[in-house]
Design a protein around this ligand. Structure first.
Ligand code: ZN
Length: 424
């Protein structure tokens, strides 16, 4: 199977007129376009080769920070009162919408009662269509700390260890710990320091011992430093960075997953759309500093990955383009932002066979109609999405095919932009 004459964006570079050959689940070769006769533009699910002149190919996008069981409605915590089987079915629909949006990998950073573990299993076993999921189980937070309504409260190093171990026992790929207060929990402040450095270190060490990832919700300055000193791999949010925090991150190779889209959407929709006032007030207060911290970290050379906190109010799972656009507002070039959402995010997740497109890598491929470096909006409407070499989505009418063809597996998902329409 060959994709011919594409513009390839991978590994921080752009190459014009390239052919990609897919064999099984992997990329077999990436070569300059030759004189291949294009055999078909009509049936990407059956053709041996597809002429994609004028189209752009990027690696599958990676979102480091989602909540697959939160509904992206005006008050996602309230959505968790639905029966768990219903939450999982909603999650399945979102995971499919993400795949169809070209997001082929996502890390859940806060599930509910381990229900997301079953969703991950079904997708990763290959019988349910959806984005490849990594999960962290229950967030670990101090008693009354940020996210206590859906996480596990832990106090002291022993409890941090115990519940990190328990998450791992239940199938976690990552241990997430709350170093500070946050926006979505009433009564806590983003600047508050929460779990101590010693508690964070105890939990993260269990993850490291088991070969798992670590992430810390860290918004206030001293909490960020605690998390970085405790050995966390990805700082989530990083709202109030100072020079010392940035230098610590540089020294330790810590990644930043800024989730700039989350407060942006809360403020954009606001109380008029039913978002609780405390969330809107806190988001308004932190937004400007958040973007400045991101810019400072980027300029200083911190590893910038891409996480959007999808599932928070009006921040839908199938939209990573808004986060990528915000990263450009924060100073990255479109090429750098796409590289952050592919190569650097794969590095942050220690997924060496994803994030770039070269021989031997997994064939997670997104075909875009046009050039995302000229207009990032084209990220929102992929023409084709391949996951591990299999066509997972074809936009109806794409590539001259006007039949109501539905890609295997699943059905196309329309974009949800209306405030009331928050299902995905
Ligand atoms: Zn989150």
């Amino acid at each position: 199977m060959k994709l011919l004459n594409v513009r390839l964006i991978s590994d921080g570079e752009v190459r014009e007129r390239v052919d990609l050959e897919i064999e099984g689940t992997q990329i077999k070769s990436v070569t300059p376009s030759g004189e291949h006769a294009a055999t078909s533009t009509e049936n990407p699910d059956t053709a041996d080769s597809i002429d994609l002149a004028g189209k752009t190919v990027i690696p599958g996008l990676i979102n480091l920070h989602v909540h697959i069981l939160l509904d992206a409605g005006n008050n996602p915590a309230a959505g968790l009162s639905e029966p768990i089987p219903y939450l999982v079915l909603q999650g399945a629909r979102r995971a499919q919408a993400m795949l169809e949006a070209g997001i082929t990998t996502a890390r859940d950073l806060g599930g509910y009662e381990f229900a997301e573990m079953s969703l991950k299993r079904a997708i990763n076993e290959g019988w349910l269509p959806g984005t490849r999921l990594l999960t962290s189980g229950k967030v670990l937070t101090m008693t009354g700390g940020h996210g206590h309504f859906f996480g596990q409260e832990v106090d002291g190093e022993d409890e941090a260890r115990k519940y990190a171990r328990y998450n791992i026992k239940m199938g976690a790929d990552c241990i997430k710990m709350m170093a500070t207060g946050g926006v979505m929990t009433a009564g806590v402040d983003p600047n508050n320091t929460q779990l101590s450095e010693a508690e964070l270190r105890a939990g993260f060490q269990e993850a490291i011992n088991a070969g798992k990832l670590t992430a810390s919700h860290a918004q206030g300055t001293s909490g960020i430093k605690n998390a970085v000193r405790a050995g966390v791999r990805t700082v989530e949010h990083g709202i109030f960075l100072d020079d010392e925090a940035i230098n610590l991150m540089l020294e330790r190779g810590t990644f930043l997953s800024a989730t700039l889209a989350a407060p942006k959407m809360i403020v954009a929709y606001g109380e008029a759309a039913g978002v609780p006032k405390y969330m809107v007030d806190k988001s308004r207060r932190i937004m400007e500093h958040h973007l400045k911290s991101f810019s400072d970290a980027f300029k200083a050379g911190v590893n910038i990955a891409c996480g959007s906190d999808a599932g928070t109010p009006f921040n839908p799972h199938a939209d990573l383009a808004t986060e990528i656009q915000m990263m450009v507002v924060g100073g990255m070039s479109p090429l750098q932002a796409i590289t952050a959402a592919t190569r650097t995010s794969a590095e942050a997740l220690m997924l060496g066979d994803l994030g770039t497109l070269s021989a031997g890598k997994l064939a997670d491929i997104v075909v875009l109609d046009g050039d995302p470096l000229a207009d990032l909006e084209v990220l929102r409407q992929p023409l084709l999405v391949y996951k591990e070499g299999k066509l997972a989505f074809k936009r109806p009418g794409a590539l001259g095919d006007h039949s109501p063809l539905v890609a295997q597996p699943g059905t196309p998902v329309t974009e949800h932009t209306h405030p009331q329409d928050h299902f995905c």
